[in-house]
Every structure is written in structure tokens, then in C-alpha cells.
Design a protein around this ligand. Structure first.
Ligand code: GLN
Length: 267
């Protein structure tokens, strides 16, 4: 089976993602993988899965609009329901709602029924890194070296999309993504998925985040930093800046499973 995975290459850390995706598939895999940089709707149309890198979500969204990519991206994520992973700025773009955003200044793609709080930990100088427990990598997995750079967190899980617009649009600095109708039965099934919280910021990584501040790193429920809803996965931090390919390998397994499922249903 040949699988093509794209990395949105309009701005930000796309090169690093491609490197780690390649590293993640160095060991024997039943599929043949192609990793491509995506800058046009044509390139996107060849992809089975997509990564949206970290960087600056406002810039990415403006360049995507100028490149006529916003609508194809929404189709990819919310109509075709293909596997999509956003890191940091990428997570912001995949949220149905984001705050600390100028009205009219940024458009979202959506797909995750969450509201993110941009720049949650403050400015560039408040960036930090630390070992983070990621239970989805396995019960015995070593902590993941997570890098947070002007990172967002998921501050609220929203009701399924219909309910989002009215409540969310009433707030001043909150923007929401436009809704979409799914195309086929595979996509239809995916819309029934709920948001799963895959990781929260507690323990050592939270201690790095709250150094010199009032936060409580030992609180039992930390900030949400990784979520999945059906075909859409988002992380607040930057696995592509660590050299650790475990999350990339885990996500590529999901991509492979999704492609297999779609092929089977089409037969
Ligand atoms: N704060 C950035 C934004 O709002 C995200 C930072 C990042 O991706 N490292 O887009």
C-alpha cells in the first residue's frame, strides 16, 4: 500500500516534521510512504493524511487564504475526514474556536470541537520544555521531551458543532470555524466521535511551565495539551523539534489504519 502524507509548508516548522516522519518509517513498515510539502490545492489532493506544523497561525491562515487553500483544507479535514495532525499553531487552526484573536484577522479550519487559548503561557521568553507523560504512547512509555513555544492549550471542550456558533460568537475576541457537511459514509461515521483528552500538563513539565509564577504544578487536573476527535489530532507542543519520533510513528499507524478502512469500505 502506498500512502502519501503531506505537511502544510506555508510557514513554520514543516521541514522538521518531514525529517521526523521519515525517521518514524525507517524501520520496516508494510506500507510505502511518501512525504510531501503542501503549498497548493493540487498537492493537498494527493494526500491521505496531513500535518499542520507549529509556527504562527495568523500568518499560516493568511497565506492559506491567499493560496486558495483554506476551503480545500476544510474539505480535507471536515468533509473527507482524512487524518490530520496539528502541532501548536496547527492545533489552533484545527480548533473550532480560538480566543485572543483579532476579529477578521485570522480564519480557522476547524475539525476539533474545542476552544483553544492562544499564547496561554505568555510570550516567547516564557517558552519551556520538560518531560511529559503521554499515556497514549503506551503504559510503559518513557516521558516525552516536550517543547512549548508560545503554546496554546485546550481551554474548553465544546458541544458538537451545531451548538458552537451561537455561544462562541458572542464573545469579543473569539473566532469560530465555518461548518461543513460530510461527504460519504466513512466521513459520516467520523463525525460521531467525541473529543478525547490524550494528555494534560502535570508533573515535571508543568513545573517548568510555572517556574517563577503562581501556578500549581502538582494540581491533579492540568491544562489539556493533546486531544483527538476522530480523524483530527492536536498537540500544544512541538514533537518535531525534539528528534523523538514516537508520536510521529504512533500517528502514522492511525493514518495507515484510516487508509485501510477507507479502501475496504470502497470495495
Ligand atoms: N502562538 C502561536 C500562534 O498563535 C503558536 C506558536 C507556535 O506554533 N509555536 O499561532
Amino acid at each position: 500500500m502506498t500512502i502519501t502524507v503531506g505537511v502544510l509548508a506555508l510557514q513554520g516548522a514543516f521541514f522538521e516534521h518531514i525529517q521526523l516522519l521519515k525517521k518514524a518509517t525507517e524501520t520496516a513498515s508494510p506500507s510505502e510512504w511518501h512525504f510531501i510539502e503542501v503549498r497548493t490545492p493540487q498537492e493537498l489532493s494527493t494526500c491521505d493524511g496531513l500535518v499542520l506544523p507549529g509556527g504562527e497561525s495568523t500568518t499560516m491562515s493568511l497565506v492559506a487564504a491567499r493560496s486558495n487553500l483554506l476551503e480545500p483544507l476544510r474539505e480535507f479535514v471536515k468533509v473527507d475526514r482524512k487524518p490530520t495532525w496539528g502541532t501548536c499553531a496547527g492545533l489552533i487552526l484545527l480548533a473550532e474556536s480560538a480566543n485572543k484573536t483579532k476579529k477578521g484577522g485570522q480564519e480557522l479550519i476547524g475539525g476539533l470541537d474545542v476552544r483553544v487559548n492562544r499564547n496561554h503561557f505568555g510570550r516567547q521568553t516564557e517558552s519551556f520544555q520538560g518531560p511529559l507523560d503521554l499515556p497514549f504512547l503506551g503504559a510503559d512509555a518513557q516521558p516525552f521531551p516536550s517543547v512549548f513555544i508560545r503554546a496554546p492549550i485546550v481551554e474548553k471542550i465544546l458541544p458538537h458543532h451545531e451548538g458552537v456558533q451561537t455561544e462562541e460568537t458572542q464573545q469579543e475576541d473569539v473566532i469560530v470555524a465555518p461548518s461543513r457537511k460530510v461527504r460519504d459514509s466513512v466521513a459520516q461515521a467520523a463525525t460521531a466521535d467525541e473529543v478525547e483528552v490524550l494528555a494534560t500538563l502535570v508533573g515535571p513539565a508543568a513545573r517548568s511551565a510555572t517556574e517563577g509564577q503562581d501556578g500549581d504544578p502538582d494540581k491533579e487536573v492540568g491544562d489539556i495539551v493533546a486531544v483527538r476527535q476522530g480523524n483530527v489530532f492536536g498537540t500544544s507542543f512541538h514533537p518535531e523539534l525534539t528528534g523523538d519520533a514516537r508520536i510521529h510513528a504512533w500517528w502514522l499507524q492511525q493514518v495507515q489504519a484510516a487508509v485501510l478502512k477507507r479502501n475496504k469500505l470502497k470495495q
